[in-house]
Design a protein around this ligand. Sequence first.
Ligand code: C6P
Length: 403
Amino acid sequence: MSFDIAALRAQFPILSQTVRGKALAYLDNGATTQKPEAVMHAVDAYYRECNSNVHRGAHYLSDEATTRFENARQSVADFVNASREEIIWTRGTTESINLVASCHGASLKAGDEVIISTLEHHSNIVPWQMACERSGATLKVIPMQPDGSLDLAAYRALLNERTRIVAVTHVSNALGTVNPVADMIRDAKAVGAATLLDGAQAVSHFNIDVRALDCDFYAFSGHKLFGPTGIGVLYGRKELLEAMPPWLGGGEMIETVSFERSTWNRLPYKFEAGTPNIAGAIGLGAAIDWLRGQDRSALAAHEAELLHDATARAEAFEGMRLIGTAPGKVAVLSFLLDGAHPHDVGQLLDQQGVAVRTGHHCTMPLMDCLGIPGTVRASFSIYNDSTDIERLFNALEKVKSFL
Ligand code: C6P
């Protein structure tokens, strides 16, 4: 290891506890990541020192809260290489995608086409189904290869002058597949389509540069990036955000209001009606500042090693079938055990202190395509170590003997 995993883990107090009388192996990072002390401290400090509303008050506390809140926005902007007016606070990835599907999607009309992929989470399917239903546009789906990678030839065949939006996940939550999004965006641009990336599962694993990717929208959640729940981000290219109608109406998003008509605030506030999740934004800013202070290439190498070692153990494990073996993957093992329902496996793992997720992972169409009801998913993060892999496979040996 080229970095001190023990020192890193020590910053995540939740990891050192026992659950059900066993040392915790937390392998449900795809669902949510744990929070370092720095994040908890920032949220706590906000409430202790400057709890107040932002952009409104004529007093010190409000000024201080506004400074911390807007500094957090700047941290996000720097993190993804955007400008701060292109960073909109939302409740999470789901809300970010719904915002785009409602507002950018308002320009869809009958005959237009929207492309998503087989790998999508429900939150990048349902908003587009709703937008297509409203507008009469057609939803097209990129098929998948048996290993869980997208069929890029089929994708290119779907693209045409009617394609208005390509909305795909950067990383599959269920299988861990990393999609070749830069190439996919280039192809989409060639037919004049807008592009949205669902970055929920990507942001904690590698650096995101929205300018280099050349995407129009990038959505992610704070809680999957070591930050709090209830806060998320929508990056939107300025010209597109300016052309879009607002989403929710209310305070903050307006410039003027009369009973006859209202006019809209400048970016990014045009899309931020009502009192925002101030503590959540500050916590996410702290998470990003903390992460940027780490050696990210060492973290990526560590995660790659975890994936390599866990995959080798899985391949040697009799009765285990790995679901999703694409060449480019983040550290996710989705699997089935012969003769065992994923739910039962998950429960037996939990009794041994191993936390995983089981089921369809909010990707029912993907599971249908694979012909399975669900999987057991062990999803790793930067603070997992070889002991966690050991605990998982020791626990699975016991599961096998129980079932
Ligand atoms: N996936 C998982 O266990 P929210 O709930 O809005 O923070 O994120 C939704 C979402 C969108 N896209 C992808 C690729 C995701 O993985 C998720 C959340 C969690 O896989 C909970 S279902």
